[in-house]
Design a binder for this molecule. Structure first.
Ligand code: BEZ
Length: 355
């Protein structure tokens, strides 16, 4: 029998993110950040077939992309799967478009337990936990399907586990499009053409190094700042994915798009350790399975959209073209030689996936 009752305004204001009533524990409710006294009207349990009460949850998830980006669609799929797999016990509110701040802010909130889940770029995480730079290995995968399969490799799991010491739980990876290069005014056909250009990268050492090895200078800018930077000429182009190029309308301010697909771009799905550790294992497994379903949905759907996305940008007036990956062989070698020795997990990643 469902026992959902109305949340009181006080509780809402307190922005509780998870409400659990212990199965047989005498009604003691806990939240990810603070205990909720029993009898507050915030019932957090429903009765199982065996007559035992199971916890109910109201989670928060934050990410930085627009609502029409694949990351958001994957978050919606995660929400749907949670609801279905928990028989309605797990609810999820999604905060897209950096509504809860920058990636640094979100990770801080997840660490503190005031946000339960985040989709965070491996690029950002590489500055907190260097092993995540492994995912920025250039040309490590043939396509998104290969990258999606790499989620279950031992090394990928070990990289997630490096977040534990920061009070975070790395749960999985979720892929949208691979990285491409967008240029405001210059049709770049080979690395030498990048000389003198200032290109935006997501702030992270491996991306900066990759573009500098191509001869460009770099500007580390978070996603929300990119449109105006290119519009006003602060940058001459950017490292991006086709998805965000479309959802953020960069076609209005750049003319050329080189579909290099030079790196994959996982969202690292992370959870608050305090939230996750306080859940029964059965419920943690529901969360893991719901994320896996969302990740498969995201990679499969996105892999089928490549031609459509290129056409969308062409139709909007951009020149879309490809650059032969062989032209980047010196930069690939430079990346492997520089980053492999810095971290055993990066070396293992390169050894595992570099064909
Ligand atoms: C970016 O910083 O370029 C980015 C971040 C998340 C999704 C897509 C792009």
């Amino acid at each position: 029998m469902k026992k959902w009752k109305k949340w009181g305004t006080t509780l809402l204001a307190a922005s509780l993110t998870i409400v659990m009533t212990a199965a047989c524990g005498g009604g003691g409710s806990t939240t990810s950040s603070q205990p909720a006294a029993s009898g507050t009207g915030a019932s957090g349990a429903e009765e199982s077939a065996a007559g035992q009460e199971k916890p109910t949850y109201s989670f928060k998830l934050a990410h930085i992309t627009a609502p029409d980006h694949m990351w958001h669609k994957a978050a919606e799929k995660f929400k749907e799967e949670l609801d279905k797999r928990s028989d309605g016990r797990m609810k999820l509110d999604i905060y897209p478009s950096s509504q809860l701040g920058t990636e640094a802010d979100m990770v801080q909130q997840i660490g503190a337990g005031s946000v339960d889940f985040g989709l965070i770029t491996a690029a950002y995480l590489s500055s907190r936990s260097p092993s995540f730079a492994a995912w920025l290995t250039p040309y490590a995968f043939k396509d998104l399907h290969e990258a999606n399969e790499a989620r279950s490799a031992e090394v990928s799991k070990k990289i997630l586990a490096t977040l534990e010491e920061q009070g975070l739980v790395g749960l999985d990876y979720l892929f949208a499009g691979q990285r491409v290069m967008l240029f405001k005014d210059r049709e770049v056909l080979k690395p030498e053409d990048m000389a003198g250009l200032k290109l935006r990268v997501t702030p992270s050492p491996p991306l900066t190094d990759f573009y500098q090895s191509l001869g460009a200078s770099t500007e580390g800018l978070p996603l929300p700042e990119v449109y105006s930077a290119v519009q006003t000429g602060v940058i001459d182009g950017m490292d991006m994915d086709l998805d965000a190029a479309i959802t953020n309308k960069y076609d209005e301010v750049v003319k050329y798009g080189a579909v290099t697909n030079h790196m994959v771009w996982p969202a690292v799905v992370m959870a608050s350790k305090s939230t996750f550790d306080s859940m029964p294992e059965e419920d943690r497994q529901i969360v893991r399975d719901a994320i896996a379903a969302a990740a498969d949905y995201s990679a499969t759907t996105r892999a089928g959209q490549e031609e459509e996305f290129k056409k969308t940008l062409s139709d909007r007036g951009m020149k879309i073209y490809e650059i032969d990956p062989a032209l980047f062989s010196a930069q690939i070698k430079a990346y492997d030689e520089k980053y492999g020795p810095t971290d055993p997990l990066i070396q293992e990643f390169i050894d595992t996936f570099r064909k």
